[in-house]
Design a protein around this ligand. Structure first.
Ligand code: NAI
Length: 343
């Protein structure tokens, strides 16, 4: 089996070569992203393997279908960049629903601690032998209220971590797990009561710009916002205004609305065209990491192993438990015997 592997980074190759060899899959590694212009690179391949900023729009899916591609294998959990409806009946779409919720949740806490204890400032100071503490005063997490939006795999690990710090955890989820011990509140309550808000829900039409001027108005003054989920959950212009007006006390961003143009690449010798990102990065109370929440050895191995297994399952059995299948409304007669995710 041959798969065109888009948006390849050096760390991808190690784990995918290993599991590809084990399962009999040849990955053709391309540094370029999947776009309408690069889709022809998949010619002669059985499938494509893509990441968060590749473009699998209706147009790209149509081209892939014409090329005879049978599988889009996402090597990530989120699938907002794939037009799953267009793929229905043409191309199987599989993803990696969980590879290490700890990687992302721990990164969220690492960013939060860095921000509120000014570690990013202290690191730079001491490297320059500046041992002054002026301006480095932080605050205790113990006793603070953290509002977690989205209590799935990552949100729950983050909740456990926060509880370990002695924080008061409240949560909002569209589909709350009533059997859990999570203290669910309404979104409005969460916005009003939280000292820190951490986003762990997927990007959907409903959650697009969940953090907007109306929701920011309801938040406490000085709130810290942590986003390790998807950039477009936050209206970046509103975030910038909130930081400038001091309504938002700090922001920790592992994802950014327009990240696909810049994240994962080295622009250190260039002038960044995105004024909002440049202004956010210039703020002393904003920390940006470039979508690295997933980047641990454990997660990379799990991603490669699950992706290779997903591909094998589809070609051997025609179905896969990690298949994303558009809700056709015909559940009773589903030929896939419901062994895929219907949404
Ligand atoms: P999950 O599917 O286990 O949990 C998502 C939770 O969000 C579910 O409990 C769901 O009920 C809830 N939800 C859905 N719609 C909602 C809404 N409208 N409002 C509130 N809650 C809603 O997903 P998981 O594994 O916890 O991942 C969460 C997100 O983290 C992913 O969607 C992805 O965007 C992001 N992610 C980021 C990574 C990074 O490297 N920064 C890596 C992996 C995932």
């Amino acid at each position: 089996m041959k798969f065109a592997f888009f948006d390849t980074k050096p760390y991808d190759k190690i784990s995918f070569q290993k599991y590809g060899e084990e399962k009999g899959i040849t990955f053709k590694f391309y540094e370029t992203k999947l776009t309408p212009d690069t889709v022809s690179l998949a010619s002669g391949c059985d499938g494509v393997c893509i990441f968060v900023n590749d473009n699998a729009s209706a147009e790209v899916i149509e081209s892939l279908h014409k090329l005879g591609v049978k599988v889009i294998a996402l090597r990530c959990a989120g699938y907002n960049n794939v037009d799953v409806k267009s793929a229905y009946g043409k191309i199987h779409v599989v993803h990696v629903p969980a590879y290490s919720p700890y990687a992302v949740a721990e990164h969220a806490m690492a960013m939060l601690l860095t921000s509120i204890r000014r570690i990013h400032k202290a690191y730079i100071r001491t490297r320059d032998f500046n041992f002054s503490l002026h301006g480095l005063t932080g605050f205790d997490l113990h006793g603070k209220t953290v509002g977690v939006i989205g209590t799935g795999k990552i949100g729950r690990v983050f909740i456990d971590i926060c509880r370990g710090f002695g924080m008061n955890v409240i949560a909002y989820d569209k589909y709350p797990d009533k059997s859990s011990d999570i203290n669910y509140v309404s979104l409005e309550d969460l916005l009003e009561k939280s000292d820190i808000i951490s986003l762990h829900c997927p990007l959907t039409k409903e959650t697009h710009h969940l953090i907007n001027s109306e929701t920011v108005d309801k938040m406490k003054k000085g709130v810290v916002i942590v986003n390790t989920s998807r950039g477009a959950l936050i209206d970046a212009e509103v975030l910038l205004e909130g930081i400038k007006s001091r309504k938002i006390g700090a922001a920790c961003l592992d994802v950014y609305e327009e990240e696909s143009d810049v994240f994962f690449e080295d622009f250190s010798g260039h002038i960044i065209n995105d004024d909002i990102l440049a202004r956010l990065i210039s703020m002393p109370n904003v920390i940006v990491t470039s979508h690295q929440g997933f980047l641990t050895e454990e997660a990379l191995n799990n991603i490669a192993e699950t992706t290779a297994q997903n591909i094998i399952d589809i070609f051997n059995t025609g179905g896969c438990e990690n298949e994303l299948c558009y809700h056709c409304g015909n559940i009773e007669n589903c030929k896939k015997k419901r062994n895929c995710k219907c949404f």
